[in-house]
Design a protein around this ligand. Structure first.
Ligand SMILES: [Zn+2]
Length: 158
């Protein structure tokens, strides 16, 4: 059994129009155990070929990112199906089932008797442009292997 690789890297994520979505700049690099599906497939496929100091822009299609938009997850729900005392607001998020991994729905629009919700990931259908700079690359240590995920530098409390 081979020991998984842990990589620490800085990233800036933009969409196809160049609008920044997220970035590690100014903070700690992101530490990831590669090949475990902890990051989108499009990154997990390419990062193992990069080394410390390498910089690269990786373009990830929705299929290898957060998936295509699924219209079946865009629903119109009667207001009456929500608890009467719920203070519904656009942008509010909730799960329909109380189990891990259940889709998270976001309220997109509220009309008189209808609430429009969307269970797609916010980045579904988005082509992801990652500017990557690799800071560290090493085999996973014993503690990381035991936990099944990477640990960055600094305190660790789980
Ligand atoms: Zn841990």
């Amino acid at each position: 059994m081979s020991i998984p690789t842990v990589m620490g890297f800085h990233y800036t994520l933009k969409d196809a129009q160049g609008t920044e979505i997220d970035s590690s700049a100014g903070g700690h690099p992101l530490y990831v155990m590669l090949g475990k599906g902890h990051i989108v497939k499009g990154l997990d496929d390419v990062l193992p070929d990069m080394g410390v100091g390498d910089k690269k822009t990786i373009v990830v299609s929705p299929e290898n990112g957060y998936g295509p938009v699924n219209d079946e997850l865009r629903l119109r729900v009667p207001r009456g199906q929500f608890p009467p005392d719920a203070d519904l607001q656009v942008g509010m998020q909730f799960q329909t089932e109380p189990k891990p991994g259940a889709p998270v729905f976001t309220i997109m629009k509220i009309e008189a008797e209808d609430v429009f919700i969307d269970g797609n990931h916010q980045l579904a259908g988005v082509e992801l442009h990652f500017d990557i700079e690799v800071m560290e690359k090493r085999p996973a240590n014993q503690e990381e292997l035991a936990h099944g995920h990477a640990h960055g530098p600094g305190a660790h409390d789980h």
